[in-house]
Design a protein around this ligand. Structure first.
Ligand SMILES: NC(=O)c1ccc[n+]([C@@H]2O[C@H](COP(=O)([O-])OP(=O)(O)OC[C@H]3O[C@@H](n4cnc5c(N)ncnc54)[C@H](O)[C@@H]3O)[C@@H](O)[C@H]2O)c1
Length: 357
């Protein structure tokens, strides 16, 4: 790690930027502000929000006087090394649907493109990176430079318990990978961007060749190339190497990787991992699996940007990978609009907009 601390600024001083730690999801630092304060390599220097009370609360809580309404001015004055984009994606909350068919706001894509053009060296961007493939393509184009490091908030990719399972799968402990299953009801852009990313991560990020899926409820109608709210969804993914993945819209955020000689199930949102291997009667027997104690995925994600900048290596959630996962996610909606058939990646049409926050 470099000897000088990395100067971090946050755009969007709401839950993910500043206050989510109060909700008790985890005892490890979760907001960008708390995670920055917890790292010896990072220094919190500024915050930006369009709402004055959020700026005032941020100053009071984190002792940061440098707060701004305008992010351009903040960059000019503070010259941060790393900017975290923590705004809601398509409209500030509490909006949860699009005001009309021509609405195409896309805060994550807009800010990413603007910040990349201002030569910010490191970006953390909340998911999804964009609300259409057209905007994701634009982000890919401006971010895909060796001197710009990029990660998004798909945090299981930075969770050391999930990394331990990825390692066990890669070491051949369950034989040849056959299928992956995710369990939990979820919306497409807010939730399944995480589930698809995690499935891909667990099996070493092979190419996703095709997807199929349904938006729920199945009888709901969607018109044109604009989906005005973030729909619940189910999907099937086909990865290179004939690996299929499925989501089951029930249960509580669990994942199972099934191979030719065994399987690993991550229970209860990653809190326990169970390895089962074939016994001599054709069933499963449980075997010990090395476990690790969770450390903050957000700290790891931010430090990954710094490490990657220092070494020149790609980040763990680099923009090419994030673009590919976003394409699979939007592909689920394309499949639904095409009657639930398989659609190949890359998608032919890039203009489908899916509202989400
Ligand atoms: N990765 C995760 O685990 C995780 C957890 C929570 C939220 N999120 C994501 O973080 C994003 C924000 O969610 P939240 O729950 O923190 O929302 P929030 O509404 O609590 O905070 C967003 C803040 O951004 C501000 N804002 C909006 N537009 C702005 C702009 N153009 N410039 C400056 N400030 C602006 C709003 O005033 C608000 O204070 C969403 O995309 C959400 O999906 C991710």
């Amino acid at each position: 790690m470099p000897s000088r601390k990395t100067r971090v600024a946050i755009i969007g001083l709401g839950r993910m930027g500043s206050t989510i730690d109060d909700e008790g999801h985890t005892k490890y630092p979760y907001s960008i502000a708390a995670s920055t304060k917890a790292s010896p390599h990072l220094e919190l220097v500024a915050g930006v929000d369009i709402i004055e009370e959020k700026r005032t609360a941020f100053t009071k809580r984190w002792g940061i006087e440098a707060v701004y309404q305008d992010f351009g001015r903040m960059i000019e004055v503070e010259k941060p090394d790393l900017v975290a984009v923590c705004t809601a994606a398509c409209l500030p909350k509490p909006a949860n649907s699009s005001p009309g068919p021509d609405h195409r706001d896309d805060s994550h894509a807009d800010l990413t493109v603007a910040l990349a053009k201002m030569n910010i060296p490191m970006l953390y961007v909340e998911k999804a990176m964009a609300s259409s493939m057209k905007r994701a393509d634009e982000v890919l184009k401006v971010v895909a430079r060796d001197d710009l490091k990029f990660n998004t908030g798909v945090l299981r990719r930075f969770d050391n318990r999930y990394a331990m399972v990825r390692k066990a799968v890669a070491s051949g402990s369950i034989g040849k990978i056959l299928s992956v299953v995710h369990y939990a009801p979820s919306t497409l852009m807010h939730g399944h961007i995480h589930s698809i990313d995690t499935i891909s991560f667990l099996i070493g990020d092979p190419t996703i060749e095709a997807v199929r899926g349904d938006l729920l409820p199945r009888e709901a109608s969607f018109f044109g190339r604009h989906i005005d709210h973030d729909p619940r969804a189910v999907y099937q993914l086909r990865f290179a190497g004939n690996i299929d993945a499925y989501t089951v819209p029930a249960g509580k955020w669990e994942f199972e990787v099934l191979g030719s000689e065994g399987c690993i199930r991550l229970l209860n949102n990653g809190s326990l991992a169970v390895l089962r291997r074939e016994n001599d009667r054709g069933g499963w027997k449980e075997e010990p699996l090395k476990t690790v104690r969770l450390t903050s995925p957000v700290v790891r994600c931010l430090e990954d940007l710094v490490q990657s900048r220092a070494t020149g290596q790609p980040t763990k959630g680099n923009v090419q990978l994030t673009h590919h996962i976003t394409e699979a996610c939007i592909g689920v909606a394309e499949s639904h609009l095409a009657g639930g058939t398989w659609v190949n990646l890359p998608l032919l049409d890039r203009d489908l907009y899916i509202f989400h926050v």
